[in-house]
Design a protein around this ligand. Structure first.
Ligand code: PTJ
Length: 250
């Protein structure tokens, strides 16, 4: 790992890159994951690399939905594993959710390594021996487990591919995505889109789950029901446009 100087103004962003590079070296993250992250970074730059108030609102609604769910599942891909494995496991514990390895560029070797990482963080993941296929999807990315994603009513799928997000919504599930690109198909199709970096969103959600798990159901229903994905996406675009506008004025 390159030694990143702590006083570098882009310290956090550079450390995040190093975590992904390590993920690739350890056989956890795909090469494509590096490219996907680069796209995310560009949007994060426009967001000011911070959790905006509307993103925090989406995180709150997502946690409420997970707490209300009958069979919630947190899906882990190669990027999420490299950037937020301990937080994904901690969140799953707080909301009583299953954790499933679910890859777009699936190889059994990578599934095994991600499962090992999740086990070392204290959970027994699903998805190692998937027994069902998500309808409407070709290719290995359709694989899912009957106890997990296949029967889940609420799924958190950070950095999800647009096609699979759409297929999960078509199955009648509530789909929560973390996606820095508010224009992506996943962002537009999901039930709740959190326009925030996964490295900020997941720690926020763990903290929110700790605070919210004792709330009565009607209160959680109010929080989840008051969320509008359209409004949240529009607010994210406004925040990005504001950054562009204020840079033009200087
Ligand atoms: O590990 P695998 O095989 O499952 O593959 C994972 C990737 C992410 C490579 C795969 O799902 C993929 O190709 O995803 P996409 O279609 O490129 O979508 C990823 C989305 O996540 C893009 O819209 C990015 O802007 C966004 N993104 C990238 N990095 C982050 C992010 N969103 C939040 N936090 C990030 N750190």
């Amino acid at each position: 790992m390159t030694d990143i100087p702590r006083d570098h103004p882009r310290y956090q962003s550079l450390v995040t890159r190093e975590m992904l590079v390590k993920g690739v070296r350890d056989g956890i993250t795909s090469m494509q994951g590096l490219i996907a992250h680069g796209r995310g970074e560009a949007f994060d730059y426009l967001l000011g690399e911070k959790t905006t108030a509307p993103a925090l609102g989406a995180e709150k609604a997502a946690v409420a939905m997970l707490l209300l769910a009958r069979n919630p599942v947190v899906s882990v891909n190669g990027n999420a594993a490299a950037l937020a494995a301990p937080e994904m496991v901690a969140l799953a514990k707080e909301v009583n959710a299953g954790v499933e390895v679910n890859l777009f560029h699936r190889t059994e070797e990578r599934v095994g390594k991600i499962a090992g990482l999740l086990r070392s963080n204290g959970c027994e993941p699903l998805g190692v021996h998937p027994d069902r296929l998500i309808p409407g999807l070709s290719h290995d990315r359709a694989k899912a487990s009957s106890e997990g994603i296949f029967t889940a009513d609420v799924v958190l799928v950070p950095l999800e591919d647009g096609d699979r997000c759409e297929a999960l919504v078509k199955m009648g599930k509530k789909v929560i995505v973390v996606d820095l690109n508010p224009l992506s198909r996943s962002a537009r199709t999901a039930t709740v889109t959190i326009v925030d970096n996964i490295v900020r969103a997941l720690p926020n959600m763990v903290k929110l789950a700790e605070e919210m798990k004792s709330l009565p159901r009607p209160e959680l229903e109010k929080i989840a029901g008051g969320f509008s994905n359209e409004t949240a996406l529009s607010a994210a675009l406004d925040a990005m446009m504001e950054t562009v506008q204020s840079s033009k004025q200087h």
